[in-house]
Write a protein that binds this ligand. Sequence first.
Ligand SMILES: [Zn+2]
Ligand SMILES: [Zn+2]
Length: 439
Amino acid sequence: MSSIQNDLTMDNWLGRTFDCTCGQKHEVPIRHIVIERGAMEQLAGYVKEAGYSHVTLVADGRTQQAAGEKLRGLLEAERVHVSVSVIRVNTLGEVAADEEAIVQVLLDTPLSSQALVAVGAGTVHDIVRFVSHRTKRPFLSVPTAPSVDGFASVGAPLIVRGFKQTIPACAPEAIFADLALLAEAPQAMVAAGLGDMLGKHTSLADWSLGRVLLGEHYCELSARLTQEAVELCTAHLDEIAQRTDLGMRKLMEGLILSGLSMLLVGHSRPASGAEHHLSHYWEMVLLQQRRRALLHGAKVGVATVLMAQRYQALLGLTASEAAARLAQSAVPSEQSDAVRIRQAYGDMAEQVIAENFPADGQGLDARELKARIAERWGDVQAIARAVPAPEQLSAWLEAVQGPVTPEQLGVEPELLEASLQDALFVRNRFTILRLQRLL
Ligand SMILES: [Zn+2]
Ligand SMILES: [Zn+2]
C-alpha cells in the first residue's frame, strides 16, 4: 500500500489522483479546505488568487444575514464584483432544492460570473452544486452549520415535480468552514450533523454485507476514512455537545471526511445504507402529504438506532437457527416485489421498479443468496458485532439533544411500520433491511 493510503490526514488527499489497492483510480477534485475561526476572511484572498473577478453568492434569507453580507463586503474590498442570489422560500415557508430554486439561481447568475459561492447548509449546497455543474462554473463552499456530510460530495438530491432524486453534479473547488459561523448554528443542526455521522456505523456494515454476500466492490481506504470520520466525532462528543471550537471543528472534519470517502469511490455506498433509505422514505411521504420537511441528519440519526437494533438481533441467532429461518422464509421474486412497490409507492412506483430491476437484468436469485447467508453466517455476525449497541447510539444522540425515537422526530407509528416494510426498495443496494426479510 502506498504512503498516501496510510496517512489519513485530510490535506493529503486534496487535488490528488491515484491508483488504489481496490483496483480503482481515485480522484479528489477539492483543492483547498480551511476549518478555523476567520475562514471567511480567507475566501476573498482565494478568489483573488484564483483570478475570479466576478462571483455570485447564493444564500437563503437567514444565511445571507449570518454570513452572506459579510462575505460580500470582504470580496468587494478585494475589488471582486459580487452578484447575490437569496433563494426564496416555497409555499411551506421552506427553502427546497427544487426546480424553482434552481431556475432562480440560474436567473440571478450573470453570464460574466466566473464562480458560485454557496453560503448555507445542505439545501443551498445542493442547489449550487447542480447549477455549478450544469453551467460549468466552479463553486466554493461556506458551510453555515455542521449539519450534513454533503458539503464535499458530488451528488445533488433534488426535488423535481415533487419527487426526490439524486442527480450527479460536482464537488466544491474549496471549502471555507468558519468556526465563528458554525458556533452560531442552531442546536438542532449540530445534532443533525452528529446524526448523519452516526449513520456511518450502519452504512459501513451494510456495505460489508454487500461485499461478503454479493461480492460487491469494496474500497478499504474509503471504508477506513469513513470509520475514522465517525470516530473523530464520538471521541469528541462532550466537546460537540458543549459546542466548543474543538467540538465544532471535529464534527466538521468528520462530515467533510465522510464526503471525501464518497468522492473517492464515486458513489454514496460508504456513507449511505438502510438508515438513509428509511430517512428518504419518510421524506418522500412528508413531501407527498405536503408536510414540513425534517432535517436530514435528524432522520438519519433516529433511523440508525432502528437499524442498529436489527443488527443486534442477528447476534442472538446461532448458525443453525439462521439456517432454519432461511429455509422457511418466503422467497421474494421480481413479480412479488413489483406488487409491493406498486402498493407502497403510488405515483413513484414505476421509477422505483426501474431502480430495483434494471433493464440489464442484474436481479438476484434469492435462493442462492439465502444459501450464501447461511454459509457466511459467521461473517455476518462479525459485521453485526462491529455496529455499536442501539443504547450507545441513543445516548450519543441524547448528549447533543437530538431526537432519538421516531415519536420525538414526528414520524407516526403507521409511517414507521410502512417504512420498515418498504424502504428497502428506495435503492437497489443490499442492506440490513434486505437481509432481515430473508430471515
Ligand atoms: Zn446523510
Ligand atoms: Zn479504493
